[in-house]
Design a protein around this ligand. Structure first.
Ligand code: FAD
Length: 159
């Protein structure tokens, strides 16, 4: 008999981290809340609404894309060798350090297939837009128009 293995009880969208513990940064907020109610009812790990909560996968994603697209929007048109090198280091660090491990793994594969264009602002903005669109597609979302990255991340809408 032995009962149902713990992993089969996880709600859809709930992900355990490589350390075998619940990974909030890898899980959808709804799945984490559902899991928390059943698995941690009454435990201190259930965070009260009034407290500032650690980010779930989507909050982390929005914040990270905001940083990456904005960094690209303000990247020089003609970067120095040092600026190119720093940008490459930032991009290549993400697959190793991004806290959502399954997101990081897929992003690493995408970077390997599509070498980053750090030649200048326009190419880098497009490169990030295309990588983000791959995630959008994977999640069933509409693609973003990459001609509009400046409007979205630097200039704002025209009046
Ligand atoms: P987001 O997709 O976060 O977008 C934020 C804003 O960016 C949008 O409102 C829009 O104005 C703008 N935008 C959208 N698309 C583009 C684009 N192509 N170019 C420029 N601007 C754009 N989640 C998963 O569930 N699975 C994954 O494998 C996964 N991988 C990720 C990998 C990385 C590197 C990152 C940073 C995030 C990943 N995420 C993943 C999170 C996911 O991409 C979203 O951030 C999350 O689903 C929240 O989506 P959202 O609809 O609120 O807006």
């Amino acid at each position: 008999m032995g009962g149902t293995p713990e992993s089969t009880k996880l709600p859809p969208g709930m992900v355990m981290g490589p350390d075998g513990k619940p990974c909030k940064a890898c899980s959808s907020g709804a799945a984490f809340r559902t899991w928390g109610k059943t698995a941690l009812a009454g435990a201190t790990a259930v965070t009260k609404k009034s407290q500032q909560c650690p980010p779930d996968k989507d909050q982390l994603g929005r914040a990270t894309w905001t940083f990456l697209h904005t960094a690209a929007a303000y990247y020089p048109a003609q970067p120095t060798p040092a600026q190119r090198s720093h940008m490459l280091a930032l991009i290549h660090a993400l697959p190793a350090l991004y806290p959502c491990n399954h997101c990081a793994e897929d992003f690493g594969e995408s970077v390997a297939q599509h070498p980053p264009d750090v030649s200048g602002r326009a190419g880098l903005s497009r490169w990030f837009c295309e990588r983000h669109n791959e995630v959008n597609e994977k999640l069933g979302k509409a693609p973003f128009d990459c001609a509009k990255t400046d409007e979205r991340w630097k200039d704002g809408p025209q009046d």
